[in-house]
Write a protein that binds this ligand. Sequence first.
Ligand code: CP
Length: 293
Amino acid sequence: MQHLVDTDQFPLAQITQIMEDAKSFKQKRPPLLLRDKVIVTLFFEKSTRTRSSFEIAGKRLGAAMVLFDPSKSSTGKGETLEDTFTTLCAMEPDAVVVRHSENDTPQMLADMQVTPVINAGAGNYAHPTQALLDYFTMLEHFGGEVQGKTIAIIGDVVSSRVASSGIRLFTRMGMKVVLVAPKQFMPDRDDLPQYTSLDEVLDQVDVVMSLRAQLERHETPHFEDYDAYAKEYCVTKERMGERDILLMHPGPVMRNIDISDEMLDDPRCKVLEQVKNGVYVRMAILKLLLLDS
Ligand code: CP
């Protein structure tokens, strides 16, 4: 039984397989490879993209998707997370996709070894399927090779599980990662170049990944005024100029704070392509964990 808690659990051959399967699924819809499978999604935090993407990915492969809604469950009667999980697993699903505010939850559930667990976002620790779809989007854009390319990750890096998983995967795949953030948003690490000025890095990067300020993870407000933040860190057309830079964002985008309206409509911006690719990458992940492992 194989789980996906973060991408470092996958050997390079499996990452390559996911990329190849996702590419082939995007070119031609596959047969219903998972038509006898049942997958439960268990989201304890809000989601627009990841949850629907997993649902569509599972359905495109013929799996039955069971959407567990904690707000309408016995969680409200005091049932523990472990009891909820073991109760659902007693119904013998073929996998559980989980999102939770605690960093350790996916690993804790995976360690029970009752069903494959797929991490759909845990605290600020990991969001592996986002990292894989971002990697796929960059491979597609750069013709299949990203080794040596430089990506600037901008914004609330310290609170971001997208940044955490992305940094681990992108550096492993040979990319250079630089962090751009005000000191409130910068993680305490010395292994990556850090900048406070976005304008300073734009001439040296191939990719810009903007991040949302994760207000729900801030115990106290980091900024009183996000307009002041936007003046320094919003990705605008004026700031980007004509530079040939791939612009990504995991969503949801805070318009005109993370990225300007104008740049969201610019062909360099691949936010919706990332969403589209997410379905194909999650199909490939489901195939790997439910059929191939
Ligand atoms: N990128 C991402 O995780 O978005 P959602 O929170 O909408 O799933």
